[in-house]
Design a protein around this ligand. Sequence first.
Ligand SMILES: NC(=O)c1ccc[n+]([C@@H]2O[C@H](COP(=O)([O-])OP(=O)(O)OC[C@H]3O[C@@H](n4cnc5c(N)ncnc54)[C@H](O)[C@@H]3O)[C@@H](O)[C@H]2O)c1
Length: 330
Amino acid sequence: MEGLDPRFLPDGPWALIGDENVRVHWTRHGFPEPPGTLWVPTSETTKRLETIDPWLETWASLPLHRDATIVAVGGGVLTDMAGLAASLFLRGVKWHCWPTTLLAQVDAGLGGKTAVNLPSGKNLAGAFHPPERMIVCTEFLSTLSSRHRSAGAWELFKHALIEGDLDWAESLLAAGQPGPDDLRRSLLQKAGVVHRDLRETGERKLLNLGHTLGHALESASGFGLLHGEAVGLGTLAACLLAEEQGLPAFPADFLKRFAGRLKPLSRFLPDWPSCLPVLCRDKKAIGESKTSGGSAIHCVLPIPGQRAVLRSLPPEAWASAHARLSALLT
Ligand SMILES: NC(=O)c1ccc[n+]([C@@H]2O[C@H](COP(=O)([O-])OP(=O)(O)OC[C@H]3O[C@@H](n4cnc5c(N)ncnc54)[C@H](O)[C@@H]3O)[C@@H](O)[C@H]2O)c1
C-alpha cells in the first residue's frame, strides 16, 4: 500500500487506460499521459465486450508490441475490463492495476479475475490474467462517494466471515468504514488464497461468499444495487442458509446488527421470482444436484468461529433465505 508515486510506473513502453473520474488525481500529481491514453466513462451496464474493442484498436494503432504494459487506473469495472483487454491484446500483454475504489483495492484488483458482462449474466466472459503489479493508493478514496465506500466495505466484511472471525466482523459493523489495518489484513488473506489457488479449483471458491445470491440480486435489480451492496445482502442470506443447512447459527443480535446496516437497501431488493432464473444461470452452477436431480450451484456457507464451507445446493435452496432476508430488512 503506497501513495501515488511515479516510481511504480512501468520501465518499458506502456499505455494508460483510466476511469475519467480519477483523471484529476493522476494529473494533479503531474503523472504522465503517454500517447494513446484513454480516460473513459465506466458503468456496470457498459461493462461489455463492445466497450473494450476500441481500446484494442487504439493500442494496435500506436502501435504497442508484446513488451508493452497496460496501466489500468480505476474502480472494479475499469480494472476488470482493462485486465481482460490486456489478456486479449496480442494474445496477452502485462498489465498494472491501480485500483481507485475501496472495492477494487480490497478485492477486484487482486487475483487476476478479469471479465465483462453478457446479456445473460454478470462476468460471464473473462479470463484469469493477474496484473504484474497492483499499487494501492488510499489517497484515491478521498473523492469516492460515501455510497461506493460503504459498498466496498462489504467485500472486506466478507473476508472476516470467510475466516469465521466474529470479533473482526463485529468491529467492522461497529466502525462502518474499515481502517488501514483491516485493508492490509484483508489483502493478505486474499493474496494467500489466490496464490494457492489462482484458477479457483478449490479454496478460492470460498471468496465467493455472498456472491451466489448477490450476483442474482445485483442483476435482477437492474444494477440498482451496487456490486458490494449485493454482496453484503448475499452474505447475510448465506448466514441464514447456513443455519437452515444445519450449520451452527450466528448469534441473533449479530444478525440484527448486520441487517440494520443493510436496511437502507431494502427498497432495491428484487423479489424471489426475478432472482431464481439468474441463479439458475450462475457461473458457479455445477450441473446435476445429487439431492434434487436438478441443477446445483456452489454455495459458500459461513460458520461463526470457523472457516466457511462449500456446499452444492439447488438454486431453490435460497428461497427461504431470501424470504428471511426480506423480513429482516423490513
Ligand atoms: N475481478 C474480481 O475479482 C472482482 C471482485 C469484486 C468485484 N469485481 C467487479 O468490480 C465491479 C465493481 O467495482 P467498483 O465498486 O469499484 O465500481 P466502479 O468501478 O463502477 O466504480 C464506482 C464509481 O466510482 C467512480 N470512481 C472510481 N474511483 C473513484 C475515485 N477514486 N473517486 C471518485 N469516483 C471514483 C467510478 O467512475 C464509478 O462511477 C463489478 O463489476 C464487479 O463485478 C471484480
